[in-house]
Ligand binder design. Structure first.
Ligand code: CO8
Length: 261
């Protein structure tokens, strides 16, 4: 197993089928420097390939999920270097994961930290979590999806207000606007996220992958195109053993035994 400096990785849950990745750069409130992001995307990629893992959780500390991209690292960056080197390009890798990724957010999720949470499939928030896109306060704008993903999940007015003011919003506000699916007492957050991961992992990983892919199409296409994609994927589940097993188990009044096939 890889050894990491800025993240911790472990398998959790009764069946050890939920991967837990903990961002661990406490001195900088998990600011997402190159090394942290590269370790994170490496861990995600690794668990994506690990057949024993059915869901992946990304979390931080009680104080900070992540306080953004590393401002000190970006300080002397130039436009031409950004273009030539593709500043912070590695971030996108996390969105390529085929398995469900759950963000368990305690404390600050600001700037790139908020964007990282939004790259995940589901966000659970601790009750004292704070979300925001403060880039404008330091003379730049969100660059890892903030302006786009908030607009899509919460609409124009909320996206504009969050991105143009840089104000932080509470976990409850984030839940009310649909950014977060559940708010949980801070000390229970990771356990609840693991339970969610276990629930997801109890289904056929193959079918879960198809389902995740289908939901994601909703953000990238017209309704008609999305519905067409969904229908094709739904039909395709009938080419799997797990679809047969799931429906057979239902009619036989027993639990399904999925084989990931
Ligand atoms: N980058 C680097 N270091 C940071 C960052 C950061 N984003 N955030 C905190 N730190 C460091 C501080 O510098 C400090 O270090 P030191 O002790 O060496 O001075 C340490 O973490 C602790 O921070 P504070 O003392 O500030 O802690 P407080 O509890 O007083 O405040 C805050 C907490 C409110 C979170 C505060 O730290 C803060 O405002 N941080 C910056 C938040 C921010 O502006 N984030 C946005 C950054 S820009 C961005 O994310 C752009 C994303 C673009 C991605 C593009 C991808 C393609």
């Amino acid at each position: 197993t890889a050894s990491y400096e800025m993240i911790k990785t472990e398998k959790r849950g009764d069946k050890q089928n939920v991967a837990l990745i903990t961002l661990n750069r406490p001195k900088a409130l998990n600011a997402l420097c190159d090394k942290l992001v590269s370790e994170l995307s490496q861990a995600v990629e690794c668990y994506d390939k690990d057949e024993s893992v059915g869901a992946i959780i990304v979390t931080g500390s009680e104080k900070a999920f992540a306080a953004g991209a590393d401002i000190k690292e970006m300080l002397n960056q130039t436009y031409s270097k950004n273009v030539k080197e593709g500043l912070l390009e590695a971030w996108d890798k996390i969105t390529k994961c085929k398995k469900p990724v759950i963000a368990a957010v305690n404390g600050y999720a600001l700037g790139g930290g908020c964007e990282l949470a939004m790259m995940c499939d589901i966000i659970y928030a601790g009750d004292r979590a704070k979300f925001g896109q403060p880039e404008v306060t330091i003379g730049t704008i969100p660059g890892a999806g903030g302006t786009q993903r908030i607009a899509r999940s919460c609409g124009k007015s909320k996206a504009m207000e969050i991105c143009l003011t840089g104000n932080q919003i509470t976990a409850l506000e984030a839940e009310n606007m649909g950014l977060v699916s559940k708010v949980i007492p801070a000390d229970k957050l990771v356990d609840e996220a693991i339970k969610l991961g276990e629930k997801i992992a109890s289904h056929s990983p193959l079918i879960i992958q198809m389902c995740k892919e289908s939901v994601n199409v909703a953000f990238e296409s017209s309704l008609q195109e999305g519905l067409r994609f969904e229908k094709r994927a739904f039909y395709a589940t009938f080419a799997t053993d797990d679809r047969k097993e799931g429906m057979t188990a239902f009619t036989e009044k027993r639990a399904p035994n999925f084989k990931n096939n």
